[in-house]
Ligand binder design. Structure first.
Ligand code: ATP
Length: 583
């Protein structure tokens, strides 16, 4: 069985994740995290929160998942959040046309950048068939399909809304308030972990492409002229880079560079993006990804959004395919400018000058005793237009008269009646639109990658064992307490110890079914790093056996010392080095 097939089987059997709503025939693209998976996912999120919120001193918020249409008009999702769809005229199945082309044509890695017409041409040229029924798709049209789930807010159909396709918008729309919490000072970062929804045309590869998923996004708001990342913090961190140039070159491969080298040689253009590529290595390593199956891939020219200056994806290799797990983008002022344009709120921040500046300002002071009788009800609007024109183009006032347009009509005013003049003013700063640097993590794809990368088999006592080598802080259960027998008081004692360890703050499972070897295997399979066994010796000398998942080594430990020994083990000691075990 393939590694993804094996994992899917394990995930379902042991309660990591499984397709939702199977009692009603299932719904493609929706997965439920079972007890083990929900705990693992929460632990991954906690590591993310520790690194990207707590350690970086950022804020975290929790916004609604349904947002009004106006938000997505401004963000561009309403018009442009599309994928290419092709519907088989034979069986009615729908498919991602760009993915069909990428799968069928070896040289094409990013068909989305080609546009619908060219993709339709490639479908015909390569005789691509419907994956569901095998019919030729050559005559079927390729169209854009918007991925947002629509809904109505409140009864009736008056107020359209959408399930957010990314958590980021919930941060951007609150910028006017968030900047106050940041005391109107850049840079500051705002993070959010939450659900996002995309009506994917063909959900596939388990948690990789689903219709409801969790994102962990950080929006770092910066002043592009003055703010620099603390690059010295990551300068020497090695990052595996698969640059656009290497992707276009037949001989090109992933190359390891330090963050400093990557910047010096312009492989990564943006210092901020490089900073996050470096910082994020700590996250991927800490959650146990196999770093030989990990890379940062630069977006090819056609892949990048027009406003994004430098984009890289973190990718993991799963079952022979490279999958994007995180997108890193320098998004410039695109998001805040758009919301500033569409809403009445200011999406800017005041940048204080080091020293106040004296500037020349063109001003007007229209003679309303002339404008009123001359232009009647339009006089006020004409005065406003004159003021705005003076700010934009003072040369318009060079002649004897000046013209402005109001409601499609042109009005001409003698310059002497405008009160035009140039004044010196002292300014202490200016309003700027911050730029945004965004690392955007897909939690489900990361959980899935961790499961695949840590899943292994080996031989223990002549038997094949399947295990998850999860880092201890990610494991759903930290300690499993197992009595050798369910008689002679061993089970009562084991329950007591389990409760005591729970009180001490550990994630504890109690397991008394099946023979002891089977119980160890069961725990190995869900990644439990330690088992504690209660046997007849426990009754005599108050010691238990602690067994380590990875080495399968065992050691007797006094019950009194058990919490501190486990704590040491979690901090990196091994059974042979942890404090004063009794042999
Ligand atoms: P893709 O090209 O694979 O559709 P994307 O580039 O549209 O992904 P982003 O918009 O950058 O993805 O979203 C950020 C992250 O959210 C991705 O790196 C990925 O981990 C996750 N993500 C996006 N779409 C899905 C999905 N349908 N199912 C699960 N995770 C997803």
């Amino acid at each position: 069985m393939s590694e993804t097939g094996e994992l899917a089987e394990l995930a379902k059997r042991r309660g990591f994740f499984f397709p939702s709503n199977e009692a009603y025939g299932g719904t493609a693209g929706f997965y439920t995290y079972g007890p083990e998976g929900a705990a693992l996912k929460r632990n991954v999120e906690d590591v993310w929160r520790d690194l990207f919120v707590r350690k970086l001193g950022n804020m975290e918020l929790e916004a609604p998942t349904i947002m009004p249409e106006a938000v997505f008009e401004a963000s561009g999702h309403l018009d442009g959040f599309d994928d290419m769809i092709i519907e088989c005229s034979e069986c009615g199945a729908t498919h991602r046309a760009d993915h069909l082309v990428e799968d069928a044509v070896p040289d094409i890695e990013d068909a989305e950048a080609l546009g619908t017409e060219q993709v339709a041409g490639l479908v015909a040229e390569h005789g691509i068939e419907c994956p569901s029924c095998g019919a030729a798709l050559a005559d079927d049209t390729v169209e854009e399909f918007n991925l947002m789930f629509g809904t109505n807010i409140g009864p009736g159909s008056g107020s359209p809304g959408y399930l957010r396709p990314e958590t980021a918008q919930g941060i951007f729309v609150e910028f006017p308030r968030l900047k106050e919490y940041a005391r109107n000072t850049l840079p500051f970062g705002v993070a959010q972990i939450g659900r996002a929804y995309r009506n994917e045309i063909s959900p596939r590869r388990a948690l990789v492409r689903v219709r409801e998923f969790t994102q962990a996004e950080l929006e770092h708001f910066i002043d592009p002229e003055h703010d620099e990342p603390p690059i010295e913090r990551v300068e020497d961190v090695e990052i595996p880079l698969y640059s656009a140039k290497d992707q276009n070159d037949d001989e090109g491969t992933v190359e390891n560079h330090t963050v400093g080298e990557a910047l010096d040689t312009d492989i990564v253009e943006s210092e901020w993006v490089a900073y996050y590529l470096g910082r994020s290595m700590e996250f991927y390593e800490r959650i146990g990804l196999d770093m030989d199956r990990f890379r940062y891939r630069q977006h090819l020219a056609g892949e990048r959004a027009h406003y994004a200056a430098d984009c890289w994806d973190a990718e993991t290799e799963l079952g022979g395919n490279w999958i994007e797990v995180t997108g890193f983008a320098y998004r410039s002022d695109y998001d805040l400018s758009k919301h500033g344009e569409y809403s009445d709120e200011p999406f800017t921040i005041f940048r204080q000058y080091d020293e106040p500046k004296t500037v020349e300002r063109a001003v007007v002071d229209p003679d309303m005793s002339y404008l009123g009788p001359e232009f009647g009800s339009q006089a006020g609007a004409i005065a406003e237009e004159l003021e705005s024109l003076a700010g934009r183009d003072r040369s318009a006032f060079d002649g004897d008269s000046v013209s402005v347009a109001v409601d499609g009509e042109t009005y001409t005013v003698p310059v002497e009646k405008t009160g035009f003049g140039v004044e010196e003013q002292t300014e202490s700063g200016e309003h700027i639109t911050p730029h945004v640097v965004e690392p955007s993590f897909g939690v489900g794809r990361i959980v899935y990658s961790v499961l695949i990368h840590t899943h292994g088999t080996d031989t223990v006592d002549g038997e094949t064992r399947s295990f998850l080598g999860l880092p201890a802080e990610l494991a759903p259960t930290t300690v499993a307490v197992v009595p050798l027998m369910t008689k002679d008081g061993l089970d009562d004692r084991a329950r007591e110890i389990a409760d005591r360890l729970r009180e001490e703050g550990f994630e504890v499972a109690y397991d008394d079914t099946g023979n002891i070897g089977r119980r160890y295997r069961r725990q190995d399979e869900v990644g439990t790093p330690y088992c504690v066994t209660i046997d007849y010796e426990t009754q005599e000398d108050d010691t238990v056996t602690v067994r380590e998942r990875d080495s399968t080594e065992q050691r007797r430990v006094e019950i009194e010392k058990l919490p501190s020994v486990i704590r040491e083990l979690l901090e990196g000691a091994t059974l042979s080095t942890s404090g004063s075990p009794t042999t």
